[in-house]
Design a protein. Structure first.
Length: 129
């Protein structure tokens, strides 16, 4: 036997009852799944997105006294923001828009919007008066 040879190490490991595991088969320390199928990073990212502070408030500035419910701080891309805005408008039975990362729903629907966001798992709070 050669000293420090790879064949020697493999033979010694086999005699000791050890087996070598490919990197893709190693279990994740967080979830126990194989590293290829590990979902820890995706779950942590989703949790971080859901825990971002979301603010809901009523604004009347620049709208001739008409109230608009604003939702700001959602960590979503533009397409997901449009979809959520459409869902919130349908829930409130009102019109609105999505501008510059802020969802606007026509009228005072703070409680309805807040309840819908909390139901979806967002850390939403009412801001303003």
């Amino acid at each position: 036997m050669k000293k420090n040879g790879l064949a020697d190490l493999a033979q010694m490991a086999q005699l000791a009852g050890l087996r070598t595991v490919a990197a893709s088969e190693r279990p994740c320390p967080g979830c126990g799944e194989a590293l290829d199928a590990c979902r820890c990073a995706a779950l942590a990212q989703a949790k971080a997105l859901r825990s971002a502070p979301v603010r809901v408030w009523l604004e009347t500035k620049g709208r001739r006294g008409k109230g608009v419910t604003l939702v700001k701080g959602l960590p979503l891309d533009e397409a997901a923001l449009e979809a959520l805005g459409k869902q919130l408008k349908a829930t409130c039975g009102s019109g609105g828009t999505v501008k510059d990362g802020v969802i606007e729903v026509q009228g005072d629907h703070r409680e309805t919007v807040l309840a819908a966001l909390l139901k979806q798992g967002y850390a939403a709070k009412q801001a303003g008066g």
